[in-house]
Design a binder for this molecule. Sequence first.
Ligand code: PRE
Length: 288
Amino acid sequence: MAGQPVQKQISYLGPEASFTHLAAAKAFPDSNLLPFATIPECIEAVAEDRVDYAVVPLENALEGSVPLTVDYLFHEAQLYVTAEVLSPIGMHLMVHPDNVEADSYEAIYSHPHALAQCHKFLFYTYKNTPIEQFGSTSGAAKMVSELPERNIAAIANEFAAKKYGLSIVHSEIHDFHFNHTRFFVLSKTNHKLKNPGHEGQIKTTLMISPPNDDRSGVLHQVLSVFAWRQLNLSKIESRPLKTGLGDYFFIVDVLEDETATMMRGAFEELAALGCKVKTLGSYYTYRS
Ligand SMILES: O=C(O)C(=O)C[C@]1(C(=O)O)C=C[C@@H](O)C=C1
């Protein structure tokens, strides 16, 4: 309609009430949120201009990186991080109301990351129950709601319990209290999403491939590039380059804007060392 602002389209790992959906709703309260079945499909949707932004999980405080997201961003896509959303994560075991009295289940379903975050609980409380991986926590909850005749359970968040009419039988079952997940808001263009009043610390994510000449001390040299410029790193992690055993790239989060003079100097020095650098851009954090 003439004069109406065009609503942004946002892809997220669905169905509704996944943790990624909650993160997307936090960053885009007034946009059109579109569920996709997998993380690569969310990323492809933004790469192919079918949506404006994709919201994808990147890293969990208990389980570490989500390899699918990291590897897809390095190997497959040329996208930028425009914001990150940091969300507290609470895991609950839920069943169909018909099965609320059962004290054992045919199987427990959830996303692999969610299952891993509840490993101790599952080991001690449901040792003999089959544990089955599912595409997302909310997908598992939805399936449980659709199959009351099967005595199965899901691990998901309380919004999923409400959305799919399930009863929570064990709450807060993640193994460690401090459970948070970082989500990236991806776009095809390199810009920062404005987050008025909550901008806080700027961060830049880089993916660095060292020269492949097996030179000794190369990681030390890479780290020195940042150290002597007093560029603070909040994360460094290696992932396989997929070119051979022992070949890695490094994901580095730097607490500085990529346009800062010191950062530009760092890029030049990394190039002089023979490193390839892929920048994912600079961004601020939303907290939910
Ligand atoms: O399954 C979901 O609800 C998701 O949004 C995925 C995901 C993940 O990939 O880590 C997101 C946050 C939680 O850490 C568990 C699962």
